[in-house]
Design a protein around this ligand. Structure first.
Ligand SMILES: [Zn+2]
Length: 217
């Protein structure tokens, strides 16, 4: 498969949110920032390889084999993002573009070793789930810290706001991916939170809490 074919499969998967919904060629063209005629050419190629189903006037959906390929690309993308943040100290907002390149590396062996090296992570730095090798997602509850009730404990799995200013704030306050956070109290006045993070009690604004994702166990 070419790099471009892989990107189309991924785009169709994301547009269909993992379902078998038919996706219009216009929607794909918009997502891929290209002309509908280029999409039509590509759809024909993918259809010849039995990766997509095409119905005139209705659109395109992924075949099982197309879906597996898309999931494999997504898996690689998200594992690389974890690697870049955890092992190479990239900031959360820097990793997506690099992972767009790394996701096309073919070696299954490399990806399996990477997965093992990272301790089989279930979520990427943006809080999105990483499919397993057989294309399954672990079910987990992802919520914004601002939305949970007092007494909730969870693990910090991602950020909604990936601006440099926000990431700098997190770094300054020693809040990182994988940190266990317990919500101790919530101020009724402004929705700010008192949290326990790594045995430190800190007070964070509602705005901060509204930009941090936690996985609730
Ligand atoms: Zn990404």
């Amino acid at each position: 498969m070419t790099l471009s074919e892989e990107n189309y499969l991924k785009a169709i998967y994301h547009l269909g949110k993992g379902t078998d919904a038919m996706i219009s060629t216009n929607a794909i063209a918009e997502q891929m920032r290209t002309k509908p005629s280029s999409v039509t050419d590509m759809i024909k190629k993918l259809s010849d390889k039995d990766l997509v189903r095409y119905r005139r006037y209705k659109g395109v959906s992924l075949t099982d084999s197309g879906k597996n390929s898309a999931l494999s690309i997504i898996r690689k993308h998200r594992l690389w993002e974890v690697f870049l943040v955890e092992k190479l100290d990239f900031a959360w907002n820097e990793v997506h573009e690099i992972a767009e390149q790394l996701e096309h590396i073919k070696s299954e062996q490399l990806i399996d070793k990477l997965d093992q090296h990272l301790g089989f992570p279930k979520v990427d730095p943006h809080g999105d789930p990483i499919p397993s090798k057989d294309g399954k997602f672990k079910k987990f509850v992802k919520k914004l810290l601002s939305e949970v009730v007092v007494g909730t404990t969870g693990v910090c799995i991602g950020v909604k706001d990936s601006s440099v200013a926000f990431l700098n704030f997190l770094e300054k306050n020693h809040i990182a991916l994988g940190d266990k956070i317990e919500v101790l109290d919530k101020e009724e006045f402004d929705g700010s939170l008192h949290i326990n993070i790594k045995n430190r009690r800190i007070h964070i604004s509602n705005q901060i809490a509204g930009n941090l994702y936690i996985e609730i166990q």
